[in-house]
Design a protein around this ligand. Structure first.
Ligand code: AKB
Length: 316
């Protein structure tokens, strides 16, 4: 049975992944960590939890030793819009946390996962059907840390034999935990506003396409990649994955199928728009499909239906 440690477990991905991992591998085999301790949160209350600042490599090593951890899922990082506002902090946290976690994985012979992002691409990357292996010259601090992270993880595999694996996540949409400080967050906010006010003001301009995925597919993809036979993996850090690509008018149209009176206008945020404009319109996930059977279940309308139903219950 795996013994898994998750960093950043109270974030958008961590809070759903941790609960799913506990279901699959048992409560006693999943140690959730986060810099915050939030009373009442199921991740904190219903299983193993400890506070951890990922910049404290010694504490991370101690936790891995104490709990006999053999798998590290490193999620703690700043997202794109926050990283653009605080670039030095983003570099220090995203890279400092990663190198600590990789070192612990190396010392402890642990399998390792950390997410990359569509943010690892830039203006000179082909924008449509972006290949797995292509030009990566991002012009955001977030992107710089993501490309560096991909390279560092490949380095730890090649040089030290650490079993590092990763995906380039698109924008992730979920109803349990809000994302914080991302560029794609509009595609989450819009569902809250559709239910509360039947209207939404988008900070992303009409016609801006970005890849997206519903959180259950994102969680499945992490588990599937970590379980994949390493002999099949030609790539490691990191696989393009996507479930859909849309622009604001298309998600609005999807919401209107369920809430016909929903309206949308625009007040574009120049910082987040510039980031979005540097990212692909749609990426090619063929390598992930071929090498570990990546197979997302949710398209835009299926996701919209599920988001609206679950959020309506939550907001009730
Ligand atoms: C962000 O918008 O920063 C993230 C991402 C695509 O990496 N959701």
């Amino acid at each position: 049975m795996k013994k898994i440690l998750v960093t950043g477990s109270l974030g958008q991905i961590g809070s759903e992944l941790t609960l799913r991992l506990r279901e699959l591998y048992g409560e006693k085999n999943v140690l959730a960590t986060d810099i915050r301790h939030v009373d009442g949160n199921p991740v904190v209350e219903n299983g193993l939890f400890d506070t951890l600042d990922v910049l404290d490599g010694e504490k991370l090593q101690k936790l891995v030793n104490d709990y006999h951890i053999d798998t590290i899922i490193h999620l703690a990082a700043l997202l794109s819009a926050t990283a653009e506002k605080k670039p030095l902090l983003a570099w220090n946290l995203n890279m400092g946390g990663l190198v600590n976690a990789l070192e612990v994985a190396r010392n402890s012979n642990a399998q390792f996962f950390t997410p990359s992002s569509i943010g690892a691409f830039g203006l000179s990357t082909p924008k449509d059907n972006t290949p797995q292996d292509t030009i990566q010259r991002p012009n955001t601090m977030y992107g710089v840390t993501k490309v560096s992270a991909e390279l560092l993880c490949d380095y730890y595999f090649a040089k030290f034999g650490v079993d590092t694996r990763g995906v380039r996540f698109p924008g992730l949409i979920s109803y349990k935990t809000l994302p914080g400080g991302g560029t794609t967050d509009y595609a989450v906010d819009i569902y809250y506003e559709a239910l509360k006010n039947k209207k939404y003001t988008s900070y992303i301009a009409q016609g801006t396409y970005m890849d997206m995925m519903y959180i259950p597919d994102a969680i499945d993809s992490i588990i599937k990649l970590m379980e994949a036979d390493s002999l099949r993996l030609k790539h490691r850090n990191a696989f393009n994955i996507t479930a859909m690509s849309f622009e604001p008018e298309e998600i609005a149209a999807s919401i209107r199928k369920f809430i016909p009176e929903f309206t949308m206008d625009y007040q574009v945020d120049p910082v987040r728009q510039q980031i979005a404009d540097s990212w692909p319109n749609s990426i090619d996930a063929t390598a992930a499909k071929e090498e570990w059977d990546f197979n997302p279940r949710y398209d835009l309308d299926r996701m919209t239906k599920s988001m609206l139903e679950n959020l309506a219950e939550k907001l009730d």
